[in-house]
Write a protein that binds this ligand. Structure first.
Ligand SMILES: Cc1cc2nc3c(=O)[nH]c(=O)nc-3n(C[C@H](O)[C@H](O)[C@H](O)COP(=O)(O)O)c2cc1C
Length: 217
């Protein structure tokens, strides 16, 4: 089917949201851990984390417009820190449930049974059950004029990854770590690695990566 802008406009609101959300492709499933300045915790699933740069190590998050109170955003702005925790296939149900609109005094950790884990000196909770966890410090926040979404850019200042998932060349085998992929807002996938490719060069045919770099460090 070929659809025009007018036809997209005419779609029923929820149907259009599901349709367009799937067009963004596979995304990572992450839980964003925050606390307010009194230490009340919050946890929310988000699919919008995108790599922005490696040095400094930056990740960008898109937080939806504030037609309702956004606890994650207000906590990040209050404390300047947050955590990003990869969703593992063993806790998809609990991770998905964090999207429910709980009142501010109810922590999604308590509501879903996930366990807050604190690193000394870091004011945001990690998810103990996650095998890949990052602590971030807020570097930039902008409300985007085009649709009122909030762009939140953070620098990774703490990382936990399973040692047996790190290759000799530094890349992390996130499929081995159990990280799941998302399509739309409700479809969770187990990724299946196909191949890794060598750095592309104009004078070289596409070449699969030398397997020796993929051995674990
Ligand atoms: C799979 C999935 C992905 C989501 N991704 C995002 C996202 O990237 N940004 C966002 O603002 N909300 C996203 N949401 C919605 C939030 O999880 C939801 O609004 C949550 O209640 C926000 O919690 P908070 O008000 O405590 O911050 C997503 C929901 C689901 C189910």
């Amino acid at each position: 089917m070929l659809l025009s802008s007018a036809e997209l406009d005419q779609m029923e609101r929820r149907y259009r949201a599901s349709f367009i959300n799937s067009l963004g492709g596979f995304k990572s499933a992450n839980l964003i851990g925050t606390a307010d300045s009194d230490g009340h915790t919050n946890l929310a699933i988000m699919s919008s984390a995108v790599h922005l740069g490696a040095h400094p190590p930056l990740l960008l998050l898109i937080i939806r417009p504030d037609e309702a109170q956004r606890h994650t955003l207000s906590n990040i702005l209050e404390t300047g820190v947050y955590t990003i925790n990869h969703v593992h296939e063993k806790f998809i149900d609990a991770a998905h449930q964090t999207a429910a609109r709980y009142p501010k005094h109810v922590s999604e950790f308590a509501a879903t049974g996930l366990t807050p884990f604190w690193q000394p000196g870091f004011e945001a909770p990690f998810v103990a059950e996650a095998s890949i966890r990052m602590g971030l410090t807020l570097r930039e926040h902008q409300r985007l004029a085009i649709n009122g979404t909030h762009m939140v850019i953070g620098q990774i200042t703490l990382v936990t990854v399973p040692e047996d998932c790190v290759s000799r060349d530094g890349s992390i085998d996130i499929a081995r770590a159990g990280t799941v992929a998302l399509s739309g807002l409700d479809s969770y996938h187990r990724p299946q690695p196909l191949r890794r490719m060598a750095y592309a060069k104009p004078d070289r045919e596409p070449t699969p990566l030398d397997p020796s770099v993929m051995t674990r460090a």
